[in-house]
Design a protein around this ligand. Sequence first.
Ligand code: NAD
Length: 291
Amino acid sequence: MVIKKIFIVGAGLMGSGIAQVCAQSGINVILNDISKEAIDKGLKDIAWSVSKFIEKGNLREDKETILNRIKTDDDFSSAADADLAIEAVFEKLELKQEIFRKLDEACQQNTILASNTSAIPITELGSMTKRPEKVLGIHFFSPVPMMPVAEIIRGIGTTEETILIGVDFVKSIGKEPIRVESDVAGFLLNRINFPSTIEAIRLVEQGIGTVEDIDKGMRLAFGRRMGPFETGDMVGLDVTYGALMACYEETKDPRFYPPQLLRRKVKAGHLGRKTGKGWYEYNEDGTRKAG
Ligand code: NAD
């Protein structure tokens, strides 16, 4: 099955990134969000990012051709004939389940339904539909236009045929697929990454190291492009919190319980770049304030 039309629910950081890479790969996109501001911001961010790729000579088509492939919709009526629908709303189980119920009603029988969840079991979303065999996880990494990998996650009812459609789709938009054969909380890569992020926050809580030094050390010692706090600010502290809670709820393993400092920062609205303050502080134009 070749994906020619995709319906994306959620036009935030991830949904707009997914929309962009699909449009750049020739796929027609419908972008849906309950918030008009989110749609407007998503389209603006996409236009900016596509321009950057064109300036660097990384895209063969012109900006208008790419952007014209993205349409918006404030209800699910245009999901009917999509080949694939991807959900990228907030990391809340009940909200995602509601979206899957609505997608199942709105989409034709053959539409594949995917979630970009960071940690919620795919089975809990597939079970909301009459087509659990056609439901899978496609977990992209942020920023989507830059990160060349996506996890393809199998729920208990997902068929191999659906997994292979996911694998081919991800390859068709220029990403390397990583197969995750069971929807364990955190899947593969976050399951490895979360404990190290939690440990970094605890070390700061205990006053053993600073945010700046830990980020610098992780970059220089382990060849990472960003340290855990720089990544955390880009991803959003609320998103990290939601994903850790989903892992904790699922496993009841205290290793995944969000540290107090993270919980407090989320309560205070210090969510990272998007609010101008997280582990670091940011100027209006998104650049980091000098420490
Ligand atoms: P975000 O907060 O940037 O965007 C979420 C969007 O969902 C918002 O624009 C919101 O208006 C919209 N939304 C909420 N309820 C809706 C509804 N009922 N119908 C339509 N739209 C609705 O979040 P994000 O960072 O893009 O994350 C989205 C998903 O992707 C989450 O499940 C998250 O765990 C996952 N994820 C995030 C990252 C990351 O780095 N941020 C990485 C991988 C996966």
